[in-house]
Design a protein around this ligand. Structure first.
Ligand code: ADP
Ligand code: ZN
Ligand code: ZN
Length: 737
């Protein structure tokens, strides 16, 4: 019990409840400060969001610990997060927590990043001749040894020294004293020196686009930079970024996860200087914290990051760039389901700075917003230099049968390209060997027991795997029921690679999929091998499609162009078009001999025809008309309520009740535009042993949708659903499954 309740603070606590909690303290605590608070039986890390003198709560518990002597989130970031919490109808405590660096979600103080000690030969010693140094070190064998080590290795960190020269400190001390070695303290390991960027002069189109952005620095405006693949969008961002930095402001540069390669970091640093910090999932929590710290302190001129970097607190932001803005990886698919592009736009408007959304194939949302004058369009219509867009040709698979997924025209063209010493990409959006395995004799099918999904056969380990829950099983290649040899249908990356290996035994292969490139490091190594022309034929999934610049690739073969044509998901054609134009864009970047082959069983399909002409605008218009007709986004607004449980009835009941409550709310609040559908099983009905249901709510008027969701979310929270039931709200869902 507290006798003197002192000051009362509203604290955002990471629990699934849509409210803040009151705590007391005698101290003056600034909003944005992290505090440790008792919650039930636990202590949780919360963030103070406001302060009051009264509370409606009787027994106010005291704040346990104030974790920082500074704030962990700025007032402007707090405003953004509050807005996001309301827009996505997600608990504020979880939103705030998700936006903090992982390190700060723990009940520890905010560390000042540790500087890394690095040792290198001092510039003065490099000019002294070897004999003189030898004289200086004559009586000191370990100093000599250490000096030689640094000479051969260049810069060495404490970690490296500890492992290669145990007990190095005394000798090093002497070397530093003799001014033969210098000690530096760096916040991050130095980047490998990049060859200085060749100075490009922007084309007229690029200059025009960059000027448009530069002229609006200092105020909010949202641009869509639509430029075909290889048209030099990155140079436009960088030109605008340079101006922004020259005005003393910082740049937030968002890219999809797999585009954030060391090459890109190098390219950006080469132009914007060394104070560009990266933030992506391949970094450790500590490294990401360091970048975050550099940004908030104002030392970072730019942050180059993936989805969650949109929340990075920048001391003085001046420009936000969202590259490949159509990319689905900007949408968080679980927990706090935000869209980083949409939040970037909101953030830019709150910070009163410009935002640039770049893409060769802008999302229909962004095109819609150009049409209704929310975004300003900027166009790049030509490829830079001599390169032209590759010709896209169709291979009709009803005429040319497939063998292991590959047709004879594709084989021929690969042969020609490899013969000429050019690189080839074979694109297939499916990993493993065969996605369908069954027995013709008794009808047995390889299916996952835990999911409503088939098992994919993986050749190398002779394993059947579920790509949804991770289940693995070793089976023989004969039917487990009747021992007949099984039939392997369809083709994944492994099968295509194996088939091509048989045809081109001397070619150098690289398979790029989540099985092979299962860590960021391995992915980078493979991308580097491709760039260095150590590979002739690349068989890959969409890992290969994003923004990479492979000048050696002249031919791209798409194994199955039809995947998105007949899907139940209304966004499938858009994703198909975007993905295929992206992968096609990898061809012919250096010269004008690029070619793309599309294997399709539907050569007359209008979307396929538009693809061969690279006609994204025509596609977008046609697809938009379909959506307009059906009231689908971006014309209408969707929210998807999901529930899941090991007990199908529990999951279903939860949404049945929710639908009934929603109908009442609609009636009582006069939300006549909002439409509530019936709960239905999700397209993937069972996942990892849990049954999944979903309920679609939609409205042509966005405001009404949110007027329903706000009270509905609280009702869902209060429902006494069994513990096994998990539920969520997905506003502007991208994945309808
Ligand atoms: P996009 O992002 O539009 O696909 P990039 O910005 O990656 O295109 O540019 C493609 C290639 O063209 C890169 O290698 C880049 O260095 C080069 N490039 C871009 N602009 C110019 C320019 N004005 N002059 C010369 N080369 C350029
Ligand atoms: Zn059988
Ligand atoms: Zn499964």
């Amino acid at each position: 019990m507290t006798t003197n309740i002192g000051k009362i603070y509203q604290v955002a606590v990471p629990v699934p409840l849509r409210r803040c909690f009151d705590y007391s303290s005698d101290l003056d605590i600034a909003t944005g400060t992290r505090v440790l608070v008792p919650f039930g039986q636990r202590n949780l890390v919360g963030v103070v969001l406001s302060r009051s003198t009264t509370s409606s709560v009787d027994k106010i518990r005291p704040i346990g610990d104030v974790l920082d002597n500074g704030i962990a989130t700025s007032v402007r970031i707090q405003a953004l997060l509050r807005w996001a919490s309301q827009y996505y109808h997600h608990p504020i405590g979880e939103v705030i927590s998700a936006a903090l660096p992982v390190l700060l979600r723990q009940p520890l103080g905010m560390p000042t990043p540790k500087f890394i000690e690095m040792y290198s030969i001092s510039p003065s010693a490099t000019s002294v001749d070897a004999l003189e140094i030898a004289t200086q070190l004559r009586a000191a064998p370990s100093q000599t040894k250490l000096f030689k080590l640094i000479q051969t290795q260049g810069k060495l960190s404490v970690d490296q020294l500890n492992s290669s020269f145990p007990g190095w400190r005394p000798a090093m001390k002497q070397l530093v004293r003799k001014e033969l070695v210098i000690k530096e303290e760096l916040l991050q390991l130095p980047v490998v020196d990049q060859p200085a960027a060749a100075k490009v002069s922007l084309t007229e189109e690029q200059q025009h686009a960059a000027t448009g952005i530069i002229n609006s620095l200092g105020g909010f405006r949202s641009f869509v930079l639509q430029g075909i693949t290889g048209s030099g969008k990155t140079e436009v961002y960088l030109e605008a970024a340079k101006q922004c930095i020259a005005q003393g402001k910082q740049v937030l540069f968002l890219v999809p996860e797999i585009s954030l390669t060391p090459q890109l970091v190098g390219r950006v640093r080469a132009q914007l200087g060394p104070s560009v910090y990266a933030m992506h999932s391949g970094m450790t929590d500590k490294e990401r914290y360091q970048s975050w710290w550099m940004a908030k302190e104002g030392y970072a001129t730019a942050i180059l990051g993936t989805r969650s970097a949109v929340f990075t607190w920048l001391k003085d932001p001046g420009l936000i760039v969202v590259d490949e803005e159509h990319d689905q990886s900007y949408k968080q698919q679980d927990g706090f389901r935000y869209h980083a592009r949409d939040l970037a736009i909101k953030r830019a408007s709150m910070e009163d700075i410009p935002v640039v959304l770049g893409s060769a194939t802008p999302s229909l949302e962004s095109l819609h917003n150009i049409k209704n004058k929310r975004h300003v369009p900027l166009q790049l219509t030509h490829r830079v230099g001599k390169a032209k867009l590759p010709a896209i040709e169709i291979v009709d698979t009803t005429r040319y049968p497939l063998e292991n997924g590959v047709s004879s025209p594709v084989l021929n063209e690969i042969g020609v390209a490899v013969e000429r010493g050019e690189q080839v990409i074979v694109y297939i959006n499916r990993r493993g060997y065969a996605p369908v395995v069954h027995c013709y004799e008794c009808g047995w099918q390889a299916a996952c027991q835990q999911c409503s999904a088939r098992l994919t056969y993986h050749h190398h380990r002779k394993q059947f795997r579920c790509h949804h829950c991770g289940y693995r099983e070793r089976l023989s290649e004969n039917c487990p029921q009747c021992d007949t040899p099984l039939y392997f249908a369809g083709a994944g990356t492994q099968r295509v690679e194996q088939a091509l290996l048989g045809k081109f035994p001397t070619a150098r292969f690289c398979r790029l999929d989540r099985d092979q490139a299962n860590t960021t490091r391995k992915l980078y190594q493979q991308l580097e091998a491709i760039q260095n022309r150590q590979v002739d034929i690349i068989v890959g999934t969409q890992l290969i499609t994003k923004g990479h610049d492979f000048p050696g690739v002249s031919l791209v073969c798409v194994i199955n162009a039809d995947q998105g044509l007949f899907s139940a998901d209304f966004r499938a054609p858009e994703f198909m078009f975007q993905q295929l134009l992206q992968v096609a864009g990898r061809a012919g970047r250096a010269e004008d001999n690029g070619k793309v082959l599309l294997q399709t069983a539907h050569p007359a399909n209008p979307y396929i025809r538009m693809l061969t002409k690279h006609d994204y605008p025509a596609f977008a218009q046609a697809n938009m008309e379909e959506r307009q007709h059906a009231g689908y986004p971006p014309v209408g607004y969707f929210a998807l309520l999901r529930s899941e449980s090991t007990d199908l009835h529990a999951a279903s009941n939860m949404l049945q009740n929710t639908a009934a409550i929603a109908s009442d709310l609609i009636r009582n609040h006069n939300l006549s535009h909002v439409e509530v559908f019936s709960p239905v099983p999700s397209p993937m009905e069972k996942l990892a042993g849990r049954f999944r249901m979903q309920l679609l709510v939609r409205s042509p008027v966005r405001k009404q949708l949110h007027e329903l969701l706000a009270p509905l979310a609280l009702e869902m929270e209060n429902q006494k659903a069994p513990r096994s039931v998990r539920w969520s709200i997905d506003v502007d869902p991208i994945d309808m499954g």
